[in-house]
Design a protein around this ligand. Structure first.
Ligand SMILES: NC(=O)c1ccc[n+]([C@@H]2O[C@H](COP(=O)([O-])OP(=O)(O)OC[C@H]3O[C@@H](n4cnc5c(N)ncnc54)[C@H](OP(=O)(O)O)[C@@H]3O)[C@@H](O)[C@H]2O)c1
Length: 278
């Protein structure tokens, strides 16, 4: 059986679910083998708009009964009730279950679905929407080589997919790439505001900031050079960039970034220790 033959069921038809459906369709997965459940007809309609042959269902159990792989893509606070409903219903033997819910541990999933169920936890990020995401993956001990390949196939439909040696690193992944897009957006917001303060029009401030962010990210990826080396290459002694960087350094930007990521990591661990509804 090739991966294209797998029926992939998605529970929840929100943003992340639609990113996965979009990515899988782009990767050539047959639309007819994508089945999505959500109680909200408006959300289902948005999935239906991606491709007429994607199956849409108001009943989660309908999808769970027919799927080879089940992807849980509901909000973390709904996960306990959704998982209990699915666990008590009929599902194919050995069905692989993937969860993209932030803070929901493999331990909680094992508690709901039983110790023999193959489980993979995935932490995607928002650029998944355009196929430019990166996901961290962690598997339960019950997951075999082929199941890992299937999880990789599904996660990679929204961008890069990297396996973690240990689930405890998921909190750090959440702090870096899960929450990371917001840090870059924040810097862009501040740069645009500062650019306006310096007399540029909002349009010009936005264009200059956004294209610079895109250009810098592309240079890092395409040249594979270290960010520190690239920074050094554009910083002449006594020049304009050096003047700006001195301000960042004086404000201890490195310590601020470490403190921010540590706060995100700790909050992720805290949420994972007390998943709602367990
Ligand atoms: N979006 C991201 O960038 C991102 C990044 C990393 C991880 N995640 C994870 O992905 C998961 C989904 O996030 P999202 O942004 O896609 O949220 P979302 O847009 O709110 O999607 C969740 C969907 O699940 C539906 N739903 C609610 N109750 C349900 C039920 N009982 N059965 C089936 N579906 C139900 C919701 O319907 P209603 O609208 O009617 O409530 C909604 O359509 C979350 O657990 C989140 O932690 C998301």
């Amino acid at each position: 059986m090739s991966f294209e033959d797998l029926t992939i069921g998605l529970i929840g038809a929100g943003n992340m679910s639609r990113s996965l459906v979009r990515g899988l369709l782009r990767a050539g997965h047959p639309a007819i083998r994508l089945q999505v459940a959500d109680p909200d007809p408006a959300q289902l309609e948005q999935v239906g708009a991606l491709h007429a042959s994607v199956g849409i269902h108001g009943d989660n159990t309908e999808v769970a009964e027919s799927a080879d792989v089940l992807v849980l893509a509901v909000k973390p606070q709904l996960m306990a009730s959704v998982a209990r409903q699915l666990a008590s219903g009929a599902r194919p033997r050995g069905q692989l279950i993937l969860s993209v819910a932030a803070g929901i541990t493999l331990g909680s999933l094992r508690h709901w679905f039983g110790p023999d169920t193959p489980l993979v936890r995935i932490m995607p990020n928002q650029p998944a929407t355009i196929g430019a995401g990166i996901s961290g993956l962690a598997a339960s001990a019950t997951v075999g080589a082929r199941e890992r390949e299937i999880a990789q196939y599904i996660a990679a439909a929204t961008g890069q997919a990297v396996w973690l040696p240990d689930e405890t690193l998921m909190d750090a992944v959440t702090a870096v790439s899960g929450s990371g897009p917001a840090y870059f957006y924040l810097l862009m917001e501040h740069m645009e505001r500062a650019a306006i303060e310096l007399g540029l029009s909002p349009e010009l401030a936005a264009a200059l900031t956004r294209e610079t962010a895109l250009g810098a990210a592309r240079v890092v990826i395409e040249t594979r050079a270290e960010p520190a080396a690239l920074r050094s290459a554009v910083t002449s002694p006594g020049g304009t960039t050096a003047a700006a960087l001195r301000v960042f350094t004086a404000a201890s930007l490195d310590a601020i970034v470490l403190e921010a990521l540590t706060a995100a990591r700790d909050r992720s661990a805290e949420l994972g220790r007390s998943p709602p509804g367990t």
